[in-house]
Design a protein around this ligand. Structure first.
Ligand code: G6C
Length: 350
């Protein structure tokens, strides 16, 4: 359902307040041809109403001739900032960048954050943004979960469908996504409300069963049959099943890059205002599927790059696969059991 400008301006004002925007600071809206006009307009008004100096930097789209999907998270690596020193300079000189076009997983994003600039990604449609305005409680819950990851040496995941995966931890940080940017140099994504990390390089082994009703992104579909991934030394070495497995593998083969089969981030959803059924109510062009990624109690794993976490693996192929009904444990301590988050992420021993 459509939202009014007033509602969206209020939502942006709350997110900017949580992001500690101060009067006199510089906010630059990063836009492109896919930016939602109401989001841009209301973000501009909200930032100016709080006394910020507001700029807009509009960048030309890239990768059209290479990407098969229009989803901004499907084809990674080069962005309109690649080689664009003037644009990067403007963003580094800003206190806060509202990314309304998607820089995620780009070397440029990492470089801009290092300068202390904060970046908040927000590309879901206005009504999803208004439904998932972040809260301090989201931040507290995600932070508690991240602390558990930081202390753990292994994440293990099982499910009734047959998932049985072991991920050694320790080489990469825990990433908190709670929807606002309250520290210099922080990146976040509104909507969100989940925690993730990367397994130690080459260390993940086991089986992942994508069950019927689990979600494939950027395909933006519920799988209609089981897809079975065999994971050996950090890479999906087999993708087995029926037509769904064949289609997933065919898509991944179009990148012609073995790095696309690497296990990327792993974690679980903590957002009670995100819903599994949302994806079925939107056309593919109108959402990037954040409800599925943030869904409370999912196990979200990803295939592809790890540069976002400080790794050196980049690949354009990025696939996010949130699963339901999994049990996620850290050093044997369940934090999610059968798809239910245990007590705010602070689990109990099995
Ligand atoms: O917010 C996001 C979105 C996609 C992704 O792969 C990670 N985090």
């Amino acid at each position: 359902m459509a939202v009014s400008d007033y509602q969206l301006i209020e939502a942006w004002q709350e997110v900017l307040r949580l992001s500690k925007l101060q009067a006199g600071q510089t906010v630059t809206l990063l836009t492109s041809s896919t930016t939602h006009p109401q989001t841009m307009q209301c973000a501009q008004i909200a930032a100016q109403s709080m006394g910020a100096i507001v700029n807009r930097l509009d960048l030309l789209p890239v990768n059209a001739e290479k990407a098969l999907s229009r989803d901004s998270l499907a084809y990674l690596g080069t962005t309109p900032l690649t080689g664009n020193e003037a644009a990067i300079a403007a963003l580094k000189a800003s206190d806060l960048v509202l990314d309304l076009m998607t820089l995620l997983f780009s070397p440029e994003q990492i470089d801009i954050l290092k300068s202390g600039t904060k970046i908040l990604l927000a590309v879901e449609p206005p009504e999803i943004l208004v439904r998932t305005v972040p809260t301090e409680a989201d931040r507290a819950r995600v932070t508690a979960a991240a602390a558990l990851i930081k202390a753990a040496k292994e994440m293990s995941i099982t499910s009734p469908a047959g998932t049985n995966l072991r991920c050694p931890l320790g080489e990469f940080p825990a990433i908190r996504e709670y929807g606002f940017v309250d520290d210099p140099g922080r990146w976040d994504h509104w909507p969100s409300g989940f925690v993730l990390t990367w397994p130690n390089e080459l260390g993940t082994n086991g089986t992942i069963v994508i069950d019927k009703g689990d979600i494939l992104l950027p395909q933006k579909k519920y799988s209609t049959e089981q897809i079975i991934l065999t994971v050996e030394n950090g890479y999906a070495t087999k993708i087995e099943g029926g037509i769904e497995a064949e289609l997933l593998d065919e898509y991944m083969k179009t990148f012609n890059d073995p790095e696309g089969y690497a296990i990327s981030h792993i974690g679980w959803g903590l957002q009670p205002r995100a819903h599994w059924s949302t994806l079925g109510l939107y056309s593919r062009e109108n959402t990037i599927g954040m409800d599925a990624r943030a869904f409370e109690g999912n196990f979200l794993f990803s295939l592809g790059p790890n540069n976002e976490a400080g790794g050196n693996r980049t690949t354009a192929c990025h696939i996010d696969i949130p699963l339901r009904h999994c049990t996620v444990s850290l050093d044997g301590r369940a934090v999610v059991r059968d798809g239910k988050v245990l007590d705010g992420g602070v689990g109990e021993y099995e």
